[in-house]
Design a protein around this ligand. Structure first.
Ligand code: NAD
Length: 330
């Protein structure tokens, strides 16, 4: 007797992915403690009144405290932010600094300036130009040719990579650096802190990525196969979201608007859909009839990645000789 397999969508919660990552963080924290750092400290600066930032800060505090980290939230006036960040840069009790953006809406250059105010050694979000340059150029270390200090990746894009690994969209049979070869991904949002770095990261891992924003569509690729070490970008004149959706195995959306919904009818049957906006960009019931996997939010994974990055910063502070010994011993 043949049994029909029900056409159901698997909903994967961020919590499930975060749990696994926090297990890895716990192991790394044990190693950090063995080096004498008892409780790593993350200092967060809130200078806007974005409810999503407040919620994210609350979750970060909870996750930090549950996992052996100290979290200090500093609410400051926009005008004093630069000075307060500088003080935290010089404060040895602070291991990593996070700032909630946007702070100066309509003036992204000012936000960029604030990002550069955070010391590279405390840039837990991976948003300093050096970290971003390395990501865009697929450079993995801060100290070539010694290659002991790992360059950090921005938290939300990295969280989405970790989700795609968990979902086995990354094909582990292929060599690292090419595990998205053959996959087509649409990323809706090309902001400098989220969508653009995400598109580049996925292209660096071999995917064909359509990056969609209000200004148009861009194609991010790494050229043919694994021959190119870094991504390339091409403007897709005349292309619209619908052209990208029809071609995509994976759709990742981060549009900061309550009203925005990715049109379900244009999504391929069996696509993987991930929402990273603080609003639901997919129509909940309908998407479950269309997608094979649906990830409604990513915030908890982002926080786990933040802690992972914090331990990496602490590791990078070790003198080179100590790191070399650890490498040989490990
Ligand atoms: P942003 O405002 O800097 O960028 C949003 C981008 O989306 C802009 O480039 C804008 O032009 C584009 N956009 C707006 N409407 C669009 C449309 N209809 N089609 C295509 N693109 C459109 O915001 P951001 O910092 O990138 O954050 C985006 C969202 O993600 C927010 O809701 C934010 O709260 C959320 N977020 C979530 C996490 C997390 O870990 N869950 C982390 C950071 C941000």
């Amino acid at each position: 007797m043949s049994q029909e397999v029900p056409k159901t969508c698997k909903v994967v919660l961020a919590e499930t992915v975060a749990k696994r990552l926090l297990g890895e963080v716990a192991d790394s924290l044990d190693a950090t403690r063995a080096k004498g750092i008892k409780q790593p400290c993350l200092t967060a600066f809130l200078a806007n009144d974005d409810p999503a930032a407040v919620k994210y800060a609350e979750w970060s505090k909870k996750t930090c405290e549950e996992n052996g980290f100290k979290f200090v939230l500093r609410t400051v006036e926009k005008e004093l932010l630069e000075e307060e960040i500088s003080k935290a840069n010089d404060d040895d009790s602070v291991d990593g600094i996070i700032v909630y953006y946007p702070i100066f809406p309509g003036n992204p250059n000012h936000d960029r300036y604030i990002q550069e105010t955070v010391s590279l050694a405390k840039d837990v979000e991976g948003l300093r130009h050096t970290h971003l340059y390395n990501m865009y150029h697929n450079v993995r270390f801060l100290d070539p040719p010694t290659n002991l200090k790992k360059s950090l990746l921005p938290c939300t894009p990295l969280a989405i990579v970790k989700i795609l690994e968990h979902l086995q969209i990354y094909n582990s049979i292929l060599p690292a650096g090419n595990r998205l070869f053959g996959k087509t991904v649409t990323v809706i949002n090309r902001s400098e802190v989220n969508g653009r770095p995400l598109a580049a990261l996925l292209a660096n891992d071999g995917a064909t990525v359509y990056s969609v924003d209000v200004t148009g569509v861009q194609l991010f690729t790494r050229g043919q196969g694994i021959k190119q070490p870094r991504h390339q970008v091409l403007d897709k004149e005349g292309w619209a979201l619908e052209d990208c959706l029809r071609a995509s195995d994976v759709i990742i959306s981060g549009v900061p608007s309550e009203a925005y919904k990715v049109p379900t009818e244009l999504i391929r049957d069996g696509a993987v859909c991930i929402n990273f906006a603080s609003f639901r960009n997919f129509d909940g019931p309908a998407i479950k009839e269309r997608a094979s996997i649906y990830v409604p939010s990513v915030g908890k994974v982002t926080i786990a990645v933040l802690l992972r990055n914090l331990l990496r910063l602490i590791d990078n502070r070790q003198p080179a000789a100590e790191q070399q010994n650890a490498l040989v011993a490990g």
